[in-house]
Design a binder for this molecule. Structure first.
Ligand SMILES: Nc1ncnc2c1ncn2[C@@H]1O[C@H](COP(=O)(O)OP(=O)(O)O)[C@@H](O)[C@H]1O
Ligand SMILES: [Mg+2]
Length: 302
C-alpha cells in the first residue's frame, strides 16, 4: 500500500536562514519514509535544478522560512501540477506574514494581541500610548525569532527598529503578553495535544531555539482539559481562516488572567526527531514514522 505513493521528493535545505534546521527535518523525514518502504529522496533546491521535481510523484516539503514556507515553492509546484504537503501558496504566504495574519485574525474576531504597523515616522510615545510598555517588535516576514525583541525603553526601540527594518520593511509592534507560551499542532484537520514551551531566556529567542538546550517542553500542557479543547478548536479555526490545510502549528500565549492570544502560524514546522509536532503526536501514541505517513497522505495538487 505504501508503495502507491510513487517516488517522493523531500524538499530540504534551501537558502533561508533556517537551512540548517531544514536539513535536519528533511533527513529525518527521508529516513522515516524509507523505513515505511516508500521510495524517497532528498531534494535540496539550492543544489539541484528545481525543474527536476517533475520526475517525482509527490513532494514532502521540509523547507523552513523564506522560499520554502512563504508560498514561492508552493506556487511553483502548483504550476507543475505536482502534489505536495502543507498549505497552498496563498495561505503559506499569509502565514509567513505576521501583519497579514493578524489583520485577518483581528477582522474575524480571533484573539491576537493588539498590534501596530510601524515606520521610521512612528514615535515610541505613540506606540506606548497605544499598546503599552514593554512591547514586542517583529519583522512581518521572518522566523526563528530573528529581528524580534522585547522593547523596554525609547533608546532600545530606536536601535532595534533600525535592525529589524533591514530584515523586512514591514515591521510590527505587538502588545506584550505576560504569561505562558504554548503551541498546538494540526495534522489533517485534527489538533494534537498542546505543548507548553518554557524557555529559560526572557522569551523564546534565537538562542533559546537553536543554541541553548534548556528550554522545557511540557506535554500534557497543564491547561485544564475543557479549556485546552476549546483553545485547540479555536486554533484550528485560526488555521483554517488563513486558508491553511494539511498540517502546521499554531502558537499562542495565555496571560496571567487566563486569556489566550494567538501569536502566529507555522505552515512548515520543524520535523527533526525532537521537534514539537512529533512530540505532540507521540503523546497520543503516534510515532515519528506514522506521523510522516499521515502528513504525506495529505499531499495534493493545490
Ligand atoms: N506578544 C508577545 N508577548 C510575549 N512574548 C512574545 C510575544 N510575541 C512573541 N513573543 C516571544 O517571541 C517569540 C518569537 O515570536 P514569534 O512571533 O513566534 O516569531 P517567530 O516567527 O520568529 O517564531 C515567541 O516564541 C515568544 O517567546
Ligand atoms: Mg514562533
Amino acid at each position: 500500500m505504501t508503495n502507491s505513493f510513487g517516488k517522493v521528493a523531500v524538499l530540504m535545505g534551501g537558502d533561508s536562514n533556517e537551512r540548517a534546521v531544514s536539513l535536519l527535518s528533511g533527513d529525518a523525514v527521508v529516513h522515516a519514509l524509507k523505513r515505511l518502504g516508500i521510495q524517497a529522496e532528498a531534494f535540496d533546491p539550492s543544489e539541484r535544478d528545481i525543474e527536476e521535481i517533475k520526475n517525482y510523484s509527490r513532494v514532502f516539503i521540509a523547507l523552513h522560512g523564506r522560499g520554502g514556507e512563504d508560498g514561492s515553492i508552493q506556487a511553483f509546484l502548483k504550476s507543475k501540477k505536482v502534489a505536495y504537503t502543507g498549505s497552498d501558496a496563498l495561505s503559506s504566504s499569509i502565514g509567513m506574514d505576521k501583519l497579514k495574519t493578524k489583520l485577518l485574525w483581528r477582522s474575524l474576531n480571533i484573539s491576537t494581541p493588539d498590534f501596530l504597523q510601524v515606520t521610521e515616522k512612528t514615535s515610541y510615545v505613540d506606540i506606548v500610548n497605544s499598546i503599552g510598555s514593554p512591547f514586542f517588535i517583529k519583522p512581518a516576514n521572518e522566523g526563528s525569532s530573528i529581528g524580534i525583541d522585547k522593547i523596554k525603553n525609547e533608546q532600545q526601540y530606536k536601535d532595534v527598529f533600525l535592525k529589524t527594518s533591514k530584515i523586512d520593511s514591514n515591521v510590527i509592534v505587538e502588545k506584550f503578553v505576560d504569561g505562558d507560551e504554548y503551541t498546538v499542532a494540526i495534522v489533517n484537520d485534527k489538533t494534537l495535544p498542546v505543548i507548553k514551551i518554557k524557555p529559560s531566556n526572557e522569551f523564546y529567542d534565537y538562542e533559546a531555539k537553536y543554541i541553548k538546550d534548556d528550554t522545557q517542553y511540557i506535554c500534557p500542557s497543564g491547561i485544564e482539559k475543557d479549556k485546552e479543547v476549546l483553545i485547540a478548536q479555536e486554533a484550528l479555526e485560526a488555521f483554517r481562516v488563513l486558508g491553511c490545510s494539511s498540517w502546521g502549528r499554531v502558537d499562542f500565549m495565555i496571560n496571567q488572567q487566563g486569556q489566550h492570544y494567538f501569536i502566529e502560524v507555522n505552515t512548515s514546522p520543524g520535523m527533526t526527531s525532537h521537534s514539537l509536532v512529533p512530540m505532540a503526536a507521540k503523546e497520543i501514541g503516534i510515532n515519528f514514522d506514522q506521523l510522516v505517513l499521515e502528513i504525506l497522505k495529505t499531499a495534493d495538487v493545490k
